[in-house]
Write a protein that binds this ligand. Sequence first.
Ligand SMILES: Nc1ncnc2c1ncn2[C@@H]1O[C@H](COP(=O)(O)OP(=O)(O)OP(=O)(O)O)[C@@H](O)[C@H]1O
Length: 351
Amino acid sequence: MADIVIKSVAKRFGSHTALHDIDLTIKDQEFMVLLGASGCGKTTLLRIIAGLETLSSGEVSIGGRRVDHLPPRERGIAMVFQNYAVFPHMTVFENIAFGLRMKKVSEADIKDKVTRAATLMHIDPYLERYSAQLSGGQRQRVAVARALAVEPSVLLMDEPLSNLDALLRLEMRAELKGILAESKTTTIYVTHDQVEAMSLADRISVMNGGRIVQAAPATTVYANPADRFVGGFIGNPPMNFLPAKRSGNEAEVAGYRLAAPAGGGSLELGIRPEDMDIAEDGLHGKVRVVEPLGPHKLVSVDVDGHLLRAVLPNEADVKSGAAVALAPRPGTVRWFEAESGKAVATSGVAA
Ligand SMILES: Nc1ncnc2c1ncn2[C@@H]1O[C@H](COP(=O)(O)OP(=O)(O)OP(=O)(O)O)[C@@H](O)[C@H]1O
């Protein structure tokens, strides 16, 4: 069992609090992604789990054992960090073999495991080269191969694909997902790339300002964001938000009445750009810009002075300057408290 339990972990750098009271459990063999904007505390949390950073308060346990007082090498983890330190005086083969030699694995097994990891990361042609003779992206893949070769029970990765060009990144993402799904590794993976997060994760922990605002499977985070921040961070283009006037069990948004959760306080409607169709009645507005994107078009609409983006099929009849009504599909509307930004009702309330 290599579950990871993070209990009330806080980190302060002088007067700056980088992490506020983080509670998170990563299950044995789970692939957890820490996702958030630059500076939200992802790397700090990962470094605390790795033992590269001390915590100000709280506890970290791996496989039921408190590790927060242990040095990194005694925590039973493999890691790949942004600076992917590979040893310059060693060949690619020796770099990948490093962890295996430390574990006193036999020469025959080392050869097998190194070749396998190198092949998976597409660096097998360079096994005899020194790292100074590699590109940044190749060195990064050596670092990932070195971590995978030891078949770790816990693997921590911080933006391990950041130096690869877009196509290779896409390919490596799929390779990593395949390898780690087969292995029995518990993985924590830091990224600010929401597509990478959605593609890889069993669960995503979305971080904002040193806090975890939602920890849930990708589909849940996408369909039912816990607050406005999550809805606005995930999705490209992000979720739309429009102010609503509430009366009883209904709310009016730009002249369109929708069923809404009853209660006090102002509401905002949240709707994903791909969840609307052109209709007779709907959210009324004026088309500002139409952008053809290949498989579909992105339409920006002015709704009572607010921007509403819709992803529509290429054949949709929309022209810049024309009036349009966009009706949310049943079950896709989400409601948020205008003041706190928190989701108030996430299902069963449709137009
Ligand atoms: N050694 C340090 N001393 C002081 N402040 C630090 C230190 N390390 C990190 N911070 C601050 O803590 C906050 C969180 O940093 P962290 O590196 O964890 O963010 P991140 O989410 O990983 O960002 P990025 O995606 O840019 O790497 C930031 O405001 C950062 O400036």
